[in-house]
Design a protein around this ligand. Structure first.
Ligand code: 3H9
Length: 701
């Protein structure tokens, strides 16, 4: 095994290289190596200076987040940072690329920082439910003041080397193209001029503007008071920075350590780190490991409606040529408008110039000529969600496209095998379920019918990658992963409403759990007519044992389809998305309850969540048992990126593990006494409980 830290003596300088691909995470091996290399260099009388650099494109992406939650092994990063800072020999951080989290904290404890122009520096711990825990909350404000330090820690986004230079975090940006050579010059100058160097803990530039610092703390408290939505670590960060301004360094450091440990133990940290790995795991698809994606330069999109327009923008933004095909000029005009208005909005917000828009649109080719599909490497059909309509389109495509063209259906529910069977090339046909607005929503379900070839599947994943989507492999089952699970918890929301709980209280409980909106707000946003049409379509095949709530139908019968008609479960003022409670809706619900002589039960928020999540997890386990999803964390990724599940809870399957899957099963068994048809416990869930396992045990490594 190669050493994780390599020490090279260059005349009187020790060059210490972190070499832990792919991102130089500060694992136990790296920490051990750093400690030894630094101590050796400090003890060596022939060494006058130390320089720390990363191998490859990263300085370091910070602590090894795989280690969190496992027993920790020394030396710890704070010790290493303290050792660097207290060195009598000047230490230089040579930031050769991205420096994040503990990586930047390592650099902050050095006496000088030299960065390449492409370097990015940041403190993203907040995204993992953590705070910079190696002195970052204490050192950074001493250099750049509370306002900018809080900005970096609370938005968690990295800044460029130039911005770092303007803040004073970076001392030099190397423009020569050879960081180690120019560093040698700088190190020499520091030595020759016998420049004094100050430990970061002794620096005071950032502490001068006491009033400004105090205001920054108070401002952020107000901002996060409004937007935290249950998040824990932002307030811990603010407290740490406040203490950096008022406490002696050692005490501030101690406070930071205790706060960091609290965050580390919190369920939010567990949920957020699970989400981080879930997002990456879903891209590792065993069956296409050796497959080559097909060529993908030109995409044809059939349909210029909301979905077709969004997909077109996503593809243009990914650098592809897009042929948009509509059946007549009027529809094509609407398609054009759907695409252009996205870029016009960017222009009006100052995010894009007209020239940039024109440049992007030069790759956009709207047409009514269906034959133009022959120029495409891939076709995505986004026409009306109706099996016969889709089948017709695929029959036509089969006649017109070149051999090897990948054919995708953007459908939310329909059977892709049936669609594929209308062509002579089922190996080229797959499902791509985009979420609206398709240019913004990150989730893409990639639906795999039985005869799909590996390279066509690899092309689907390659498209997702170019578009910056989170792709989740889904089996070909009604509603795939996401809409199938949605079907279950939407039903339970309806049951609770009919049982006696106001839809507005249900929405409130779901929001308090961490969702941006509740289920009834979501129905109004999506448009009640779509679900209504679906229910009517499925009416005949519905099992008579299934409980059916008529309230949504009664609302739709009045033409109240949600936001777009100004009325649904909520009442909307003109051009407003904020709905008000509607007494007439409550009256409709009451009437339905009386018809069925329902014994009224007003569930409290805890009970609402028990039922809502119970239904979600049970259906998730069924989806898993039927192999529609590969592993539990794929289901989590779907819910996180497509349905607004609160990220800090990690996703429904992670939530179930943390809540206890035995408790989930008990809940389901309790509810099944009222409605055994709906609350049938998943076999897989029962199996896991009986074996004492968790969903996490089923996650692919
Ligand atoms: C911290 O530092 C705490 C300290 O304040 C206090 C400590 C006491 N550890 O994303 P990619 C893996 S908290 C372990 O696909 P990209 C990742 O899983 C940490 N592994 O590439 C993937 O593995 P695989 C603060 C990590 O180029 C591979 O590297 N730091 C870590 O699109 C490539 O990743 C952060 O929060 C890690 N820290 O993006 C940074 N980072 O190939 C989190 C990555 O097996 N990381 N991996 O799937 C990121 O934001 C992005 O990964 C990064 C690279 C921008 C670095």
């Amino acid at each position: 095994m190669k050493d994780a830290v390599v020490l090279n003596q260059e005349e009187t300088n020790s060059l210490i290289t972190i070499s832990n691909p792919p991102v130089n995470a500060l694992s136990h091996e790296v920490r051990k190596g750093l400690m030894k290399a630094i101590n050796d260099s400090l003890e060596d009388p022939g060494i006058e200076t130390l320089a720390i650099i990363g191998s490859g494109k990263f300085f370091s992406a910070g602590a090894d987040i795989q280690e969190f939650g496992k027993p920790s092994q020394g030396p710890q990063l704070p010790e290493i940072c303290n050792l660097i800072e207290s060195s009598r020999k000047p230490v230089f951080a040579l930031i050769n690329g991205t420096a994040l989290g503990g990586g930047l904290e390592l650099a902050l404890s050095a006496h000088f920082r030299i960065a390449v122009p492409s370097a990015k520096i940041g403190l993203p711990e907040i995204h993992l439910g953590l705070l910079p825990g190696s002195g970052g909350t204490q050192r950074l404000p001493r250099i750049i003041g509370a306002e900018k330090a809080l900005e970096m820690m609370l938005n968690g986004n990295p800044v460029s080397a130039q911005v770092g230079l303007s803040y004073g975090v970076i001392d030099w940006v190397d423009e020569t193209g050879d960081l180690t050579v120019s560093a040698r010059g700088i190190i020499q100058e520091v030595l020759e001029e016998k420049q004094s160097f100050t430990a970061t803990r002794e620096r005071t530039e950032g502490l001068q503007d006491e009033g400004g610092n105090r205001n920054a703390i108070e401002d952020q408290r107000i901002v996060w008071g409004k937007k935290a939505k249950g998040l824990y670590s932002p307030f811990q960060i603010i407290d740490c920075v406040k203490n950096a301004l008022s406490l002696p360094f050692q005490e501030g450091l101690q406070f930071e350590r205790e706060s960091f440990n609290r965050c580390l133990e919190s369920p939010q940290r567990k949920g957020l780190i699970h989400a981080f790995f879930a997002e990456r795991r879903c891209k590792k698809i065993h069956e296409i490991r050796d497959a080559q994606p097909r060529k993908l330069e030109t995409l044809a999109v059939l349909g210029g409606g909301t979905m077709g327009g969004g997909i077109t923008v996503a593809a243009l933004d990914a650098g592809l040529n897009v042929v948009m095909i509509e059946r007549d000029e009027a529809s094509l005009d609407k398609g054009r408008t759907n695409v252009e208005k996205v870029y016009d909005r960017h222009i009006s917000k100052g995010r894009m110039s007209s020239d940039e828009k024109q440049k992007i649109l030069s790759r956009y080719h709207p047409t009514t000529d269906f034959e133009k599909v022959s120029s495409a490497d891939m076709v995505i059909e986004a026409v009306f969600e109706e099996m016969e309509v889709k089948k017709d389109v695929f029959r036509k495509l089969d006649q017109c496209v070149r051999p090897g063209t990948v054919l995708a259906s953007n459908t939310s529910y329909l059977d892709i095998d049936q669609i594929a069977s209308t062509t002579s090339r089922p190996q080229d046909v797959l499902g791509l379920h985009f979420f609206s607005p398709a240019n913004i929503m990150k989730l893409l379900e990639i639906v795999v019918p039985s005869r799909l070839s590996d390279d066509a599947l690899a092309t689907g994943f390659a498209l997702a990658n170019r578009m910056g989507k989170v792709p989740v492999r889904a089996g070909n089952s009604d509603g795939f992963i996401g809409n199938r699970i949605l079907g279950a918890y939407a039903k339970v929301a309806g049951y609770m409403m009919e049982d006696g709980t106001s839809p507005y209280r249900i929405d409130e409980a779901v929001r308090d759990f961490g969702y941006p909106i509740g289920p009834f707000q979501m129905f109004d946003l999506a448009g009640g007519d779509i679900g209504w049409a679906n229910r009517k379509r499925n009416a005949e095949s519905r099992d008579p044992q299934e409980r059916y709530v008529h309230v949504a139908d009664r609302i739709c019968e009045r033409g109240w389809f949600g936001q777009k008609t100004g009325r649904g479960f909520y009442l909307y003022e003109e051009n407003s998305r904020n709905g008000f409670e509607d007494p007439e809706v409550l009256a409709i619900i009451d009437e339905e309850r009386s018809k069925k002589e329902i014994r009224i039960r007003d569930y409290d928020p805890e009970e609402i969540i028990r039922r809502y999540l119970g239904a979600m997890v049970n259906e998730g386990a069924k989806v898993l048992g039927e192999k529609v999803a590969r592993c539990p964390s794929d289901i989590d990724a779907v819910q996180l990126y497509g349905y607004g599940f609160p990220r800090f809870r990690g996703g429904p399957m992670k939530y179930a593990d943390m809540y206890g899957i035995d408790r989930i099963l008990q809940d389901i068994q309790e509810f099944s006494e009222e409605d055994p048809f709906f609350w049938k416990p998943s076999e897989l869930l029962q199996d896991l409980v009986s074996k004492g396992q968790t969903f996490d045990d089923l996650n692919l490594q």
